[in-house]
Write a protein that binds this ligand. Sequence first.
Ligand code: HEC
Ligand code: HEC
Length: 248
Amino acid sequence: MTTIFRRLLPALCALVALPPSVAAQQTPDAARIYAESCSVCHGDDGSGAIWGQASLATPPRNFRSEESRRELDRNRMIASVTYGRPGTPMPGFGTQLMPAEVAAVVDYVREQFMQGLDAPAAPLANVRDVPYSHTPPPAPHELPLPDGLSGHVERGRAYYMENCVPCHGASGTGDGPRAYFIFPKPRNFLEPTTRSYLNRPNVYKGIKFGVVGKEMPAWGKVMDDQQIADIAEFVYTSFIESGTAADH
Ligand code: HEC
Ligand code: HEC
């Protein structure tokens, strides 16, 4: 089953590597670039992500510090974002972003974070605030799996542990090790709105067809319908149903 995940990796990587430039022919969407490529290390408010302070050899720049304002002029920032900072975890974005996009995200950082020292964090148009790309309406929960399928929970559990935990987490809350780098975030199966629309057919369809344009893979390409039914049954009974029970 791990091989399934491995076979899917190129597809996943292709999704991740979609250049923002495709969507940004005219005006680069700097807020989005920042949220997608920078905030993971520099933090939503530009002061440096907490995890980075602790676990990166060189901590990310705090753009809000007096030091940054003194040291970082626009040209230096453009060079650093294009080529990275050798010997530090600051990557170069010159191959992913077009020059206009680099300039736009640098100006964004300067405007949002480096203006007045005491300025409070400006509210960001941050895609991380949008947890999921879509949340359909509640669905009837008495419906069975489609096509007369019935799922085997224990087999489903094993598939889930091997293929889904990296994103959805072992407890289904969407906090697997890869989740931090993904948005929209992987579904938290215990979240009430998600639970109310994910009945068995929707869980099944979600797994089989994925979420187009998002990092939820279409497992129907690598698993057969019975395997998908097994996982769907596991997800449904372990997270969706028990989530309901946990409310009491
Ligand atoms: C993987 C973590 C990481 C990501 C992602 C990241 N940075 Fe950095 N960034 C760093 C670190 C670490 C430093 C500090 C490097 C140093 O001290 O020289 C830094 C430094 C900088 C600096 C100051 C460089 C200098 O000349 O001193 C700028 C500007 C910057 N980052 C902008 C960005 C922008 C814009 C993005 C997104 C397009 C981004 N960073 C993405 C980790 C990251
Ligand atoms: C690479 C990360 C990743 C992996 C691996 C992954 N998912 Fe997801 N999954 C997501 C993301 C991201 C979403 C939310 C997409 C959205 O709502 O925009 C999602 C959404 C879902 C949904 C809801 C679908 C819908 O219609 O909204 C289900 C069900 C689901 N995942 C089940 C699974 C199962 C079961 C597995 C393992 C076979 C799995 N996922 C593996 C990232 C992942």
